[in-house]
Ligand binder design. Structure first.
Ligand code: ZN
Length: 186
């Protein structure tokens, strides 16, 4: 399935070696991809994903993160934020504004992440969904399964055992996920 998805969209995989790790952990409904081409799938996904297309939606979403190199972007964003915070701390130290410095030190990291890290994460989730749906359509999986997958997860979030996938991949609005299937060539 991964090879089928990767072979689409003009993505050159000829020189890429991928490793797929399936971890036997039925309580974990999650998947992740590393920048070094390791796709990790937790077996809890197989409890929730009831069709091949839904599983393809999960893998496509992860490939969307990989193709857009979100890991590097988030790391560089965090680095910039912390540099900014370090600058503010230095400024308060220079002016002996110890109270302001203490407040910055205590609240700064969390505030900056809320202000800039979260919106970036949301944007990345949208990009991963969009890229994922394009990969699915090219690989002849029904891209509407992406929306089905999110709907299913969001319905489960009211239960005490919220799927882990939702916390590590915050869902975005489902409205724009309404897509028409392109059957050309499938
Ligand atoms: Zn995600």
């Amino acid at each position: 399935m991964l090879a089928r998805l990767l072979a689409t969209g003009g993505h050159d995989t000829s020189s890429e070696q991928w490793t797929v790790l399936v971890i036997d952990a039925p309580e974990h409904v999650n998947a992740m991809v590393t920048p070094h081409r390791v796709m990790v799938v937790f077996s809890g996904l197989f409890r929730i994903a009831t069709s091949e297309a839904e599983l393809a939606a999960v893998l496509s979403h992860e490939l969307g993160h990989y193709i857009a190199d979100h890991a590097s972007e988030q790391q560089s964003n965090r680095y910039t934020l912390w540099l900014f915070l370090a600058g503010l701390l230095a400024y308060t130290a220079l002016h002996r504004a110890w109270l302001a410095m203490g407040t910055l030190f205590t609240l700064g990291g969390g505030a900056l992440e809320l202000w800039a890290d979260k919106p970036l994460q949301r944007q990345h989730e949208i990009e991963a969904d969009l890229t994922g749906m394009l990969l699915m359509a090219d690989a002849c999986y029904d891209p509407r399964a992406m929306a089905m997958w999110w709907k299913k997860l969001m319905a489960l979030t009211t239960s005490p055992q919220e799927p882990e996938f939702v916390s590590t991949h915050p869902p975005v609005s489902l409205a724009w996920l309404a897509v028409a299937r392109d059957d050309d060539g499938c």
